[in-house]
Design a protein around this ligand. Structure first.
Ligand code: ADP
Length: 334
């Protein structure tokens, strides 16, 4: 069921690691972000200083973690990885910050989920490279300032709009990652096939990329499923027959919509008559968190014209009804 989900499972994470580009030059697509980032990094290297803090935003699976690793790699610095949900208390953050070495890159995934009490500490650390460690409790508590070595924070978020203003302001550079064009995904697939040591025909690459939801993580995952099919049922070559057969086995639809995408659209049309319906109501209907629906499913559906967002809620578009093979109710206004 998670085949198409852009959240990675454990096994997939291992293979994913092997397929990650290590240098900016190997990173496919996202030309604007790549160029801006390379300027930031080159300038810092030329000055012999640490670069400004970097914020990366965009839907899951588009390369935020990969870019954070590339930043560390390009700067020849170690990378420390943590995430917003892991930082629930100021102490969690203080522990990470106080152990950073000079120039180190600190990656905070899902930075919009850093808990409030730690936020203030993060501001000071980012701006002044200082952390105030509180010793003791109650009226006797004292804050001991601790200087930190200069470091670079790379924050990733699926919801740039959710970041508090003061946090957003402390990033010197923000890169927004967008869905990949089919040709770019084909390039990702060719590169991955080569790394996996399998033969991928151009037609198969087109077929897989068209169903990958504009997302490299999904493209790589589908590639592995086609490889399974080719090895077990075919002659080992990843050709159009293997691609079509494998995608059929895994019920990947022609536009690459996954289970969650389809349940969102089904609920919207079948239960709510095409809307408008509020995000939380829709999320409850498909048994997911509103945040998951909003960050994982919606951006792609909206881009594909399969979902409309209005002030009154989410609505079906003519394309939604068509995609589900349903007739829009009489008088349904778009
Ligand atoms: P995010 O952090 O945005 O969820 P990741 O950086 O984990 O996404 O990317 C998921 C996978 O997709 C990586 O393992 C990598 O192999 C692949 N990938 C992402 N972006 C690119 C790219 N631009 N070029 C090649 N592979 C990529």
């Amino acid at each position: 069921a998670r085949l198409l989900s852009s959240a990675a499972g454990v096994d997939d994470r291992l293979v994913e690691g092997a397929l990650r580009p290590q240098m900016l030059a190997e990173f496919v697509g996202q030309q604007v972000v790549r160029e801006q980032l390379s300027l930031v990094l080159d300038a810092a290297k030329a000055r012999g200083s640490v670069p400004d803090h970097i914020l990366l935003s965009g839907p899951p699976g588009l390369g935020k973690t990969t870019l954070a690793m590339i930043v560390a790699h390009e700067l020849n610095q170690p990378l420390r990885v943590t995430s917003g949900p892991a930082i629930q208390h100021a102490g969690d953050l203080a522990a990470v910050l106080s152990s950073l070495t000079e120039g180190e890159v600190l990656f905070v995934d899902e930075i919009h989920r850093v808990a409030r009490p730690a936020e203030e500490m993060l501001y000071v650390a980012m701006e002044d490279f200082r952390v105030d460690v509180v010793v003791g409790k109650g009226p006797g508590a004292t804050a001991i300032p601790l200087d930190l070595p200069p470091f670079t924070l790379v924050g990733a978020t699926t919801r740039a709009g959710m970041l508090p203003g003061p946090l957003r302001d402390r990033f010197g550079f923000t890169g927004h990652l967008d869905f990949y064009a089919p040709e770019e995904l084909e390039q990702v697939l060719r590169r991955s096939a080569e790394l996996l040591g399998v033969e991928l025909t151009p037609e198969a690459a087109v077929e897989i990329s068209g169903r990958s939801r504009g997302t490299p993580r999904i493209a790589n995952r589908l590639l592995r499923r086609v490889r399974d099919w080719a090895q077990v049922r075919g002659d080992g070559t990843l050709d159009l027959t293997a691609a079509r057969a494998a995608l059929e086995v895994y019920a990947v639809d022609a536009r690459g919509l996954d289970r969650l995408d389809r349940s969102v659209l089904e609920a919207l049309c079948r239960r709510f008559g095409g809307g408008p319906v509020g995000l939380s109501t829709l999320a409850v209907a498909v048994g997911e968190e509103p945040e998951t629906v909003e960050t994982v499913s919606e951006p792609f559906l909206v881009r594909e014209g399969l979902l409309g967002r209005t002030p009154r809620g989410r609505i079906a578009t003519p394309a939604t009804w068509e995609h589900l093979g349903l007739a829009a109710p009489a008088g349904f206004a778009w």
